[in-house]
Ligand binder design. Sequence first.
Ligand SMILES: Nc1ncnc2c1ncn2[C@@H]1O[C@H](COP(=O)(O)OP(=O)(O)OP(=O)(O)O)[C@@H](O)[C@H]1O
Ligand SMILES: [Mg+2]
Length: 349
Amino acid sequence: MTDSDVIRDGRIFGDDHLPSPIVGRNSHMNEVTNALAPIEDGLRAENCFLFGPSGVGKTTVARAAVRELRQEVLEVPHAYVNCWRDYTRNAVLEQLARDLVGAALPRSSSTSRLIDLITNNLRGPGVVILDEVDQLRGTEVLYDLHDIHGLSWIGIANREVDLLADLDDRITSRISVAYRVRFDTYGEDTITKILTRRARGGLNPGAVNEDILRRIARLSEGDARQAITALRVGAQMASREGLSTIPARLVDDAVADAEQEVRQKTISKLNTHQRALYEVLAEEDGLIQKELYARYQETHDDPVTLRYLRENHLPKLDHYNLVDVEQRGGTKRYSLVGVDSQDDTLSKS
Ligand SMILES: Nc1ncnc2c1ncn2[C@@H]1O[C@H](COP(=O)(O)OP(=O)(O)OP(=O)(O)O)[C@@H](O)[C@H]1O
Ligand SMILES: [Mg+2]
């Protein structure tokens, strides 16, 4: 993004920008830093699990807690894995080998070689962020991590899932999750504060007033990603009009466009199963689960079970507000969200 009369530094609006300080999440930060505290004494940290809706600061808090830890323990081994992208056991272990011990790997190392590599080279206790951990295909890797001396993890998911459900009892009795931290949607005041800080860092002085920020906050319904994107989109719209401030009349459009942009980004992250579901629904709305599953099975060459679809992929689409689930007479019907407004944007341009 090029900077303009309105935007001073576009990077401040990027999703991977890690803000400082983190606004309005002190108790959440405390829980995670407490979980990690043993590392400061050279001990294994407690595992913790963060869950809650989209855009409420889960990834941000996990990363900020690791950032704090690194200020205390400079060389602490740490890793970040996005399990939505790296969903197999080996993909996770490869990422860990790279991040934790700086290993340069051929793409096809065996599971046991990867585990050995990490075990033999890990220097002191470390921590791994397993983001979108509900998207892992199989949870044996949690057992792998447990067997690596000194390693602990922060798991992040959208719902409170039982991560250890697939593991057998002998294993789960040894792995524990000491901290479960629930994140609720932000209130309007907190989102306004978050936006105020972003505006201060990313926009030119006077580019936006508090009323505008509050209005964006109200329309973003507790989702900070949505709000920050809307602020940036509003700033870009104002720039394009040659203005140096964001006028109130642009706010509604900025919020709507931001919603569309966030949705498009999410769609680009879907795995093949989720994408197949999405495409089935793009062709026909209002399907019940069985119909949806039958169509999906026709289009995907390696389909998962109906149960897996119901427990994993459909909730993910729902969580990211890509599908609407409507209860009609005891059955759930699935439709795509926002398809109409997408048509609108297409016809407008
Ligand atoms: N408390 C906060 N202070 C400042 N910025 C925040 C805060 N919470 C969230 N943000 C910003 O909002 C955006 C979304 O936050 P984050 O990625 O942590 O959400 P999430 O809960 O992990 O959502 P998802 O479930 O979609 O992954 C990021 O740009 C992040 O910097
Ligand atoms: Mg996240």
